[in-house]
Design a protein around this ligand. Structure first.
Ligand code: SF4
Length: 352
């Protein structure tokens, strides 16, 4: 008999009075971004996922770009790539469900090899991760002998394994400078690499990878936000093109943007990044007006509540990384974790 058959089933996926009562406080909290009628569709899944998390000794880690019903409804921990990687390594849970894209689940498995890591939809990829292979890095090393390779975490396990150190958008400058060398190869995000190069004396050799979500923003769009919304603060992610960043008041990782809203409490703000993040942050700051451009990441949006429930019930899709690749990738990630974060606040401090 399978493990699944030995467990009593969660009764129904109906919006029963019990489900309504159990989720009432959460429904009230997210009412500004999830209307009551829509909530009735999500609530049974949220209740069932809570039950299955207990049965499996599991946690759900959700990226800032997940939809509010996942981010606020079922996540035990939310954050950017770096925060999720750190939490995955520290949790006591036996099972991690990664509500994010595949490279994030791989990173969690690399840092937590003894835990079961599940991704609700293994097709959740990333245009940056798809832009470079391990073979590309070996060619770069031939072309630039002795130059260290810094890889953004938005890369496959094989690419991390070929890298000297990883970074995220939150710590990229600190990581580059930690190496103490005159030049580095920075990949795969060209725009993040250009942004890093502006802030360090280290020469940065770039790769031409782009995020298919952030590369679509334009400087003209940001000027329209400013013209149409008096007093608006524009916060932009460094994966945006340089001319977009030049129009922003603050440039930083998703975590840095959230922290900035909490510290400066702007009256009106636009976050130039994946649009679910504004919904998620708006729940925490009901007195701030969020202007929300719609830029959805199709990969992040593959993750849904029904797929998270299925992942916990069927214990799939399991994420595995070949042991030697994992060991080499872990070394690059652990070097990054040792460097930690250093916030990139210069632009905002100047704008103040
Ligand atoms: S938003 Fe961009 S960088 Fe993030 S997962 Fe989607 S494609 Fe990749």
């Amino acid at each position: 008999m399978s493990e699944l058959q030995t467990l009593p089933a969660v009764a129904t996926l109906d919006y029963t009075p019990e489900v309504a009562r159990a989720t009432a406080a959460l429904a009230a909290r997210v009412r500004g971004v999830i209307p009551p009628l829509e909530w009735q569709l999500h609530a049974p899944y949220i209740a069932a996922i809570g039950e299955w998390k207990r049965r499996r000794n599991a946690v759900v880690l959700a990226h800032n770009y997940q939809t509010p019903e996942i981010f606020h409804g079922v996540a035990d921990y939310t954050g950017d790539s770096l925060a999720l990687a750190q939490f995955g390594a520290s949790t006591e849970a036996e099972v991690i469900v990664l509500a994010g894209v595949h490279f994030m689940a791989e990173t969690a498995k690399i840092l937590s090899p003894d835990k079961t890591v599940l991704i609700p939809d293994a097709r959740a990829g990333c245009s940056l991760a798809a832009s470079i292979t391990a073979a590309d890095i070996r060619l770069l090393r031939q072309r630039y002998p002795g130059v260290p390779v810094v890889s953004y975490v938005n890369t496959s396990a094989e690419v991390k394994a070929e890298s000297d150190i990883c970074c995220t958008s939150a710590n990229a400058v600190a990581v580059v400078e930690s190496l103490g060398v005159p030049r580095v190869i920075f990949l795969p995000d060209e725009y993040l690499g250009r942004y890093v190069a502006e802030q360090t004396a280290v020469e940065v050799i770039l790769w031409r990878g782009h995020c298919e979500v952030h590369e679509r923003f334009t400087a003209a769009e940001l000027r329209e936000f400013r013209a149409g919304h008096a007093g608006i603060q524009i916060l932009a992610h460094p994966e945006c093109p340089p001319e977009v960043l030049a129009e922003a008041d603050f440039v930083g990782s998703t975590a840095a943007m959230i922290r900035h809203v909490g510290e400066s409490h702007p009256r009106r703000v636009v976050m130039v990044t994946e649009c679910s993040m504004s919904d998620n942050v708006a729940v925490e700051f009901p007195d701030v007006e969020f202007v929300r451009p719609c830029a959805l990441c199709p990969h992040m949006k593959r993750i849904t509540l029904p797929k998270i429930l299925h992942a916990l019930q069927a214990m799939e899709q399991r994420v595995e990384v070949e042991s030697e690749t994992a060991a080499r990738a872990r070394r690059a990630l652990e070097r990054m974790l040792a460097v930690g974060r250093r916030e990139q606040r210069q632009r905002w401090e100047t704008a103040q």
